[in-house]
Design a protein around this ligand. Sequence first.
Ligand code: SF4
Length: 367
Amino acid sequence: MIALRLAAKGHLEGATLVARLVTQKRDDRASFLERDYQLTSQVEGWAHFSRDEHTIALKGKAEDLDGDVIMLPPNASSAHRLIRANSRHNSLLITEQCDQLCVMCSQPPKAKHSDMFATFMLACILAPQNAVIGITGGEPMLFKGQLFALLMQVHAERPDLTFHVLTNGQHFEPKDIELLRSPAFNNVLWAIPVYSPEPKNHDRIVGKVGAFEQLLTTFELLSHTSAQIEIRTVVMRSNQAYLAALADFLTTYIPFASQWSIMQMERIGYARMNWGKEFFDTSTDFAPVARALCIANGRGFDARLFNFPLCTVPSAYQKYAVASISDWKCKFENFCEGCGLRNQCGGFFEWYDVETGFEAIRNHEKA
Ligand code: SF4
């Protein structure tokens, strides 16, 4: 697994450090912010980076860290890699608070919140050219004012960046329309989950009465803006029977969505707790997903499969599968060695368990 935190030494006092690590002096926009720490030595597994008289040491290879943006609080023994320059999978966790309680939540909500907007603002400004930055939670829109301000301020300084915001879609209001029409939001893709066209079924899955009704209001409101929308649907036992109806619903009522991501469960958090009840094995019954894909794509929608290892998908549908699992939490099993599909395949989550996972490939390991 790729480390998102690195053992660190040397920042003993003062404010939390937000810095960009560079192995050679650069002369770009970010370097003018005087946030660059330049490589001075690599000794026994520690890379030493300095700015003026201040030196920090990070456990790792300097070349792997070139261009990364880190956050290092004073006296901390580890640094957060906020932005990894060589990754397409950078995301900023705005909060762990949430007003829903989804049965398959991979990051169960916590009561505590730490405001990191100032740090995240700097991290975005220091990010590589044309980076795509994920905004996640919890529910980031619980802090809508700060989030909108972040998106607008970053856009003013870095219009090359784009954002992918995961939100439950419960917090858009009519008064937001004007703002959402401004150019800053042209670079934002809003990823909003809809699990079922049946209000009660959706509400049960997200643990909030009235959530589906609120989504309808949200989509109506967003239809008056040029917001880009991705619909997300995790396939579970409790909604698999509704997938075809959901395809019909989405293509009828939200035709302006840019993409529909049909996703397999990630076995961590509440999803792990509810795995036995909710994991729907699409390797042995792909029919509900196939029907949904046929309806949606047949009507011109861009429906795709996320988190589906290719060998669990019938070959006619493999073209819809995206290698979607973030690099830092993606793994391949021993049986993937020598597989002809390996280069196109997204593999498994780090916490995937062969014994409780896809039945059709369970015996690959033993073959
Ligand atoms: S790489 Fe592994 S998971 Fe992907 S198709 Fe091949 S065997 Fe299946």
